[in-house]
Design a protein around this ligand. Structure first.
Ligand SMILES: Nc1ncnc2c1ncn2[C@@H]1O[C@H](COP(=O)(O)OP(=O)(O)OP(=O)(O)O)[C@@H](O)[C@H]1O
Ligand SMILES: [Mg+2]
Length: 377
C-alpha cells in the first residue's frame, strides 16, 4: 500500500481511498443495468462524483457502456452539445484511437458545412464544431441512442455538475429539448447529478418544469461514523501510526461526517505525528485549528457579499436556532428585522448554498464554516 496516499480530499476518490457506499452502489448499479434514469443530489464534496465513477466501474460491461461527462465548464447550450457529443463518441468507441473516425462519420454525415473551418472567436468555435448551423439539438441528443442500437448494448450517460443546465441562458428551452428527445429513448438512460440543491430541485421537482420527475431522485447521505473510523484507523495503521477509535470518531463528529473534511482533518492530524506515534487529544485540537485556518480565505469571500441581516441570520443559526425564526424573541435577539424579512433571508442564503432547509429545520451547509462563524462571534 506504500504508493497510495493515506488521505485524499477535494478530488474524487477511488480504490484505497474509497470507503462505504455499498447500498448506494447497489441501487445505482441496478438503475444503470435496468435503464432507470437517476438523479443524485448532495451538497458539495459529499461524494457524488466518486460514487458514480465507482458504479461505472462496477456495472456489467457486457451489457452496459457508461459515458461520463463533467459539464462544469459548459456555459451555453452548444458548449454542452459539443462536450456531450465528444464524450459519447470517445467513450463508446471500442478502440479509443478510432473515435475520431466515428466522429468524422457522424459529423460529415449530418453536416456538409463542417468542412468550412468554424469562425474563430465565435462562441460556437468549439472542439467538434457543432453549432446551431450544423446540427439541431435533436440530432445531437439522439446520437447515443443510435450508437446503443448499433452496438446492441445499453448506454448510461452520467452527467456531473448537472446544475449547470439550470443556470445557462435559455436553460428552459434546453431542458425541453432534453426531455422531448430523452424520454423516447429505449436504449439509453441518464444519471444526472450535482450540487446546489436549490437549482437541482428547481429543475427536477417543479411541476411546470420539463424534467419534472424525470427519474429516480436520490439525496446522497453521509458515510456513517463506524465506516469512517474503520477507514481512519486502518489508514493510520498502514503507515505505522495509531489513533484510538474514540479520537477517530471525534474527527467525524467535528466535521459532522462531511466526507471531504473527514479526509482533510485526518490528513492534517496524520501529518502532525511521526511513524510509531499515537494521536493524542491535543493533535485533534491542533488539527481543527489548522483546518479552520485553511478555509478562512474562502469563508471571508463567501460572507463578503452578505448583508448585515443575512450575517445576523447566520449567527442566529450558529447559536443553535434551527426553526421558529419568526418568533419575536429570536428576531429581536439576533436583529433579523421584520417577520416578513425572514423568508427573504432564508431564500437568499439557500440560493448561495450557505444554509440548507431539510423541510423542518435550517442548518449551515458547511460544518467548518459553522465552526468558523462560532469562533468569530
Ligand atoms: N466513498 C468515499 N470514501 C472516502 N472518501 C470519500 C468518499 N466520497 C467522498 N469522499 C471524500 O470527499 C471528497 C469529495 O468527493 P467527491 O469529489 O466525490 O464529492 P462531490 O460530491 O462530487 O463534490 P463536488 O460537489 O464538489 O463535485 C473526496 O476527495 C474524499 O475526500
Ligand atoms: Mg463532483
Amino acid at each position: 500500500m506504500s504508493n497510495n496516499k493515506s488521505f485524499v480530499f477535494g478530488v474524487s476518490v477511488s480504490d484505497y481511498n474509497f470507503i462505504g457506499r455499498e447500498t448506494e452502489i447497489r441501487q445505482l448499479k441496478m438503475n444503470f443495468e435496468e435503464g432507470i434514469n437517476t438523479i443524485l443530489i448532495s451538497p458539495r464534496r459529499w461524494g457524488k462524483t466518486s460514487l458514480v465513477k465507482r458504479v461505472c466501474q462496477e456495472v456489467d460491461k457486457e451489457k452496459v457502456i457508461t459515458v461520463f461527462i463533467d459539464i462544469f465548464r459548459c456555459k451555453s447550450e452548444y458548449e454542452f452539445y459539443n462536450t456531450l457529443t465528444e464524450a459519447i463518441l470517445k467513450q463508446t468507441a471500442s478502440r479509443s484511437e478510432l473515435w475520431m473516425e466515428n466522429a468524422r462519420e457522424f459529423l460529415t454525415r449530418l453536416t456538409p458545412k463542417i468542412s468550412v473551418s468554424p469562425e474563430p472567436n465565435s462562441e460556437f468555435a468549439l472542439s467538434l464544431g457543432i453549432t446551431p448551423h450544423t446540427h439541431t439539438p435533436e440530432e445531437v441528443l439522439q446520437l447515443a441512442e443510435d450508437i446503443a442500437k448499433r452496438k446492441g448494448k445499453r448506454i448510461v450517460v452520467c452527467i456531473d455538475e448537472f446544475q449547470q443546465i439550470g443556470e445557462m441562458p435559455n436553460c428552459l428551452s434546453l431542458q425541453k429539448w432534453l426531455r422531448s428527445v430523452w424520454q423516447h429513448q429505449q436504449h439509453v438512460s441518464y444519471c444526472l447529478f450535482g450540487s446546489k440543491k436549490h437549482t437541482m430541485m428547481t429543475v427536477f421537482q417543479r411541476r411546470n418544469m420539463p424534467l419534472y420527475q424525470f427519474g429516480d431522485l436520490k439525496f446522497l447521505g453521509k458515510i456513517p461514523t463506524e465506516t469512517w473510523t474503520h477507514y481512519i484507523i486502518s489508514h493510520f495503521a498502514d503507515r505505522h501510526r495509531s489513533i484510538s477509535s474514540d479520537l477517530a470518531a471525534k474527527i467525524c463528529l467535528t466535521v459532522d461526517n462531511h466526507s471531504s473534511y473527514v479526509q482533510q482533518l485526518s490528513w492534517i492530524i496524520f501529518s502532525l505525528i511521526d511513524e510509531g506515534e499515537m494521536v493524542e487529544e491535543r493533535h485533534l485540537q491542533m488539527g481543527i485549528d489548522a483546518l479552520i485556518d485553511s478555509q478562512e480565505q474562502l469563508f471571508m469571500q463567501q460572507i463578503e457579499p452578505l448583508t448585515a441581516y443575512q450575517m445576523n441570520f447566520l449567527r442566529c443559526i450558529v447559536a443553535g436556532n434551527h426553526t421558529n425564526f419568526g418568533e419575536s424573541r429570536i428576531r429581536e435577539t439576533f436583529n433579523l428585522g421584520s417577520a416578513s424579512n425572514i423568508a427573504r433571508l432564508k431564500s437568499a442564503l439557500i440560493e448561495r448554498d450557505l444554509i440548507e432547509n431539510d423541510g423542518l429545520e435550517i442548518h449551515i451547509t458547511d460544518p467548518i464554516f459553522s465552526l468558523w462563524l462560532t469562533r468569530r462571534g
